[in-house]
Design a protein around this ligand. Structure first.
Ligand code: HEC
Length: 101
């Protein structure tokens, strides 16, 4: 219970400092994308790997959104989380791009 309270407070702080969409993107990333994108499963570009992300980021955000929404290579549409909204996916992409520049 105590942990939950602290987590809620941290989430509140994050919302206050970095904007709701960005905080949501980080949460979605951890929940839906990290499984592949932390370890580089099946050739997934790792979070923070500038060399892997550079050419992808150059395609522009719209191309990245489309790749995730429709699926690309070994990544299923929406990373397999078709229950998530398009906006939640886009926020997660924004978060990943911001962490990998
Ligand atoms: C099942 C593993 C898996 C999951 C889960 C997954 N990805 Fe990926 N992702 C990949 C792989 C593999 C690639 C490389 C695809 C390629 O270039 O062929 C990739 C590529 C990408 C790219 C680059 C696309 C491009 O055009 O170069 C983005 C952005 C991305 N993922 C975002 C996400 C987001 C956001 C989520 C969570 C909603 C997510 N991924 C979940 C495996 C995954």
């Amino acid at each position: 219970m105590k942990k939950l309270t602290i987590a809620t407070m941290c989430a509140g702080l994050m919302l206050a400092t970095s904007g709701a969409a960005f905080a949501d993107g980080a949460a979605t990333y951890k929940e839906a994308c990290a499984a592949c994108h932390v370890a580089g499963v099946a050739g997934a570009p790792k979070l923070g790997d500038k060399a892997a992300w550079g050419p992808r980021i150059e395609q522009g955000n719209d191309a990245l959104y489309a790749a995730v929404l429709n699926g690309k290579g070994a990544m299923p549409p929406k990373g397999g989380r078709t229950d998530l909204s398009d906006d939640a996916i886009k926020a997660a992409v924004d978060y990943m791009v911001a962490q990998s520049k």
